[in-house]
Structures are given as C-alpha cells and as structure tokens.
Design a protein around this ligand. Structure first.
Ligand code: ABT
Ligand code: MG
Length: 137
C-alpha cells in the first residue's frame, strides 16, 4: 500500500477550504494516516522545496508556505501518489481541469491550495520531514 504527503497550503487554510479538501480525500477513499495543523519552520520549508533552490520564485515560495498555518496530511491508498496529484490538477491553476482542486479553487500558480509528493522518493522524504513515525497510524 502506497503513502504520500499531502498539504493544504496557507492560502487554502486562510480561505476556509480545509473541510472541502478533506471531504474530497475522504470521499475518494484514501486513508488519512497522519494529520496536523502547523506553521512550517523556515528550515523545513527550505528543505521541502530544496529542488527549487536558486530558482527565481524560491524566496517568494518559502515566504508564502511559512506565512500561516498549513494542514499536513499523510495519505495511504492504492496509487495514492499519482492519484492525489490527479485530484489536485495541474500546478498552474490556469491549466488545471475543472473538477480538480486547483481547477475549482485557485487562479494563481504561486498560491495553488494544495501540495502532493511527485514520486515515491519525494513521498518518503517529505513524510519524514513533516511527521515522526509515531504520528502515523
Ligand atoms: P507543489 O505541490 O507546491 O510542489 O507544486 P507542484 O509539485 O505541482 O509544482 P512544483 B513545480 O513543485 O512547484 C512548487 C511551487 O512553486 C510554485 N511555482 C512553480 C511558482 O510559483 N512559479 C513557477 O514558475 C513554478 C514552476 C508553485 C508551487 N507552489 N506553490 N504554492
Ligand atoms: Mg512539487
């Protein structure tokens, strides 16, 4: 059974989309094996987005992701890594299909409501960054 790291970003929490996003996850049938609201420490944010270090949008990205509470979520299910990214839709909401979270609730690539790990390696790394093993069911 596969696991992934999902997150409701500060814009999603601020805009009151937490229940909506969790409802979609639950109705889909993925199992929530870890869940917490937190403000991400700067060092964790820089590690989380380490692959983007040096890119022009990096500083703004770290600023944004640490700007308020997020909901960190560990998900389990068959094919959940790709499946959750499919539910989120394209990174740039302008390209995200209607019916996806970003297609329905976002307009701006810098604030796109949710996160999902993009590979098994990222999932393992990111779950380890955000959750202690005893926090996962
Ligand atoms: P994340 O779930 O945030 O990792 O998004 P995703 O994997 O869909 O897309 P990537 B490429 O990892 O983008 C990371 C964050 O950087 C923002 N971004 C990305 C920009 O602001 N400008 C850009 O040109 C690109 C490529 C979008 C993502 N996050 N936010 N918020
Ligand atoms: Mg990414």
């Amino acid at each position: 059974m596969e696991r992934t790291f999902a997150m409701i970003k500060p814009d999603g929490v601020k805009r009151g989309l937490t229940a909506e996003v969790l409802a979609r996850i639950i109705k889909k049938g993925y199992r929530i094996v870890g869940l917490k609201q937190m403000v991400i420490p700067r060092e964790v944010a820089e590690k989380h987005y380490g692959e983007h270090q040096g890119k022009p949008f990096f500083d703004g990205l770290v600023e944004f992701i640490t700007s308020g509470p997020v909901v960190a979520i560990a998900l389990e299910g068959e094919g959940v890594i790709a499946g959750w990214r499919k539910m989120m839709g394209a990174t740039n909401p302008a390209n995200a299909e209607v019916g996806t979270i970003r297609g329905d609730y976002a307009t701006f690539v810098g604030e796109n409501v949710t996160h999902g790990s993009d590979s098994p390696e990222s999932a393992e790394r990111e779950l380890g960054l955000f959750f202690k093993s005893e926090e996962l069911l």
